[in-house]
Write a protein that binds this ligand. Sequence first.
Ligand code: HEM
Length: 284
Amino acid sequence: MPNAVVEPLKPAEAGCEPLSYGSYLEVPGLLTLQRPRTSAHDEMLFIVTHQAIELWFRCVLHELEDVREALTDERFGQARRGLRRVMRIVALVLDHVDVLTTMTPAGFNEFRDVLGESSGFQSVQFRELEMLSGMRDRRYLNLPGATAAERERLQLRFQDPSLHDVFTRALERRGLTPQQLFAPDLLEDELRDTAEDLLEYDALFHRWRYQHWLLVVRALGTRPGSGGSSGSEFLRSTLDKWFFPELHDARSHVHAAPGEEPATGPQGESVYGCPMGHGSGLTG
Ligand code: HEM
């Protein structure tokens, strides 16, 4: 899958100068990429935080591709090691978002106008992450502001199997339903442990959504977003999104007493159903 990843440098391109810290990491070039458009003090923090998170998104995509391959080949140990790394990164990204809470609404207002209609909503890598994890929404294939190459990447992500797909296939190969996976007497420990890690990753990603929502409540209050949405209200609605809703639901069925059929609610749905109100209808 052609992520935004650039091919490794060929020896001729790399040049024959001995490498230094700065030349290997391309630090001089990197430091030309933060270009505030106003003299507002907080704009630098705003740019660096977004860029740092985009770099981590890139790394997460790289890792998740590996996790998907490992799950496809049923190398569950490898998949779990990759997921553990991904979770560390997502936890780190939560802290990046936290730094931005030091920006006051007044500080933000000093440069907000120059953002125009640009918004994190247009982050291509964020949509790639959602798709690779298991959430497909056609509407994001034509993200405003995306280049032709970025649209192509989104299209490929949309078609490619997601983590959700490959894990579901692993269950199907064993003839297991998600509910059976969490049954106390099941011997498929490896598969269940992997499911637990997938759920933990899902929960961490959800914390990102929550933390970002809180940040926006603090920075914007009830004002609309630069991307044209209602702002914090719109973001609150995204808190219903999960990558593995069936696994969350199945896990909560474990609370039924042994031998007891899960109780049903007025419409016949399980009252042990996911307490988190799933049902974006976007997964799969
Ligand atoms: C003061 C800081 C921030 C504010 C005020 C803010 C505001 C918003 C708003 C209002 C939206 C909804 C779309 C819109 O109408 O624009 C949004 C979406 C989004 N923002 Fe931020 N944001 C901030 C920081 C960040 C950071 C640091 C990132 C990291 C890359 C980020 C990534 C995103 C993403 C990925 C979405 C889409 C979420 C979704 O559709 O589920 N934002 N942001």
